[in-house]
Design a binder for this molecule. Structure first.
Ligand code: FES
Ligand code: FES
Length: 152
């Protein structure tokens, strides 16, 4: 059985077992290594991708469950090298350190920016409760998100 998935607008086929975690199919079969397998237990958020527009932990999702869904990874967000407003704000605020958490942070914040224009500090903090960063104090991430949310 060939596993067929729609990822970043492309229809892709995977030879993996359908119960393989989605993150492994994305990284190993499709060479989309943005999402990071950090804890593999649903605690850290580094593996976050969008499935039908919703932030989803790709370490916990069997790939077959994503068949028929639109999957978007962090690789799809910037177009022709142009960062999205939230990516640009995170860069401008120097919000990233080691970067392991960042693909997941960006995916979560991208969802927040599209579903809650004008998000407040509290909204941003709440959205990021599932994204763990071991390096930063979160404050620059939140400041960047506030800038992007305000459209500055
Ligand atoms: S790797 Fe998926 S939640 Fe940590
Ligand atoms: S920047 Fe290192 S874990 Fe977040």
């Amino acid at each position: 059985m060939v596993l067929s998935l729609t990822v970043n607008g492309d229809r892709l086929s995977s030879p993996s077992d359908p119960i393989t975690p989605l993150i492994d199919v994305l990284r190993e079969d499709f060479h989309l290594t943005g999402a990071k397998p950090v804890c593999r237990e649903g605690f850290c958020g580094a593996c976050m991708v969008l499935v039908d527009g919703l932030p989803t932990l790709s370490c916990l999702m069997p790939a077959a469950l994503a068949a028929g869904c639109e999957i978007r990874t962090v690789e799809s967000l910037a177009v022709d090298g142009t960062l999205t407003p939230i990516q640009a704000a995170l860069e401008a605020c120097d919000a990233v350190q080691c970067g392991m958490c960042f693909p997941g942070m960006v995916v979560t914040l991208t969802h927040l920016m599209t579903t809650k224009p004008g998000a407040t500090r509290e909204d941003i903090r709440a959205a990021l409760t599932g994204n763990i960063c071991r390096c930063t104090g979160y404050e620059r991430i939140v400041e960047a998100a506030l800038i992007a949310a305000a459209g500055k």
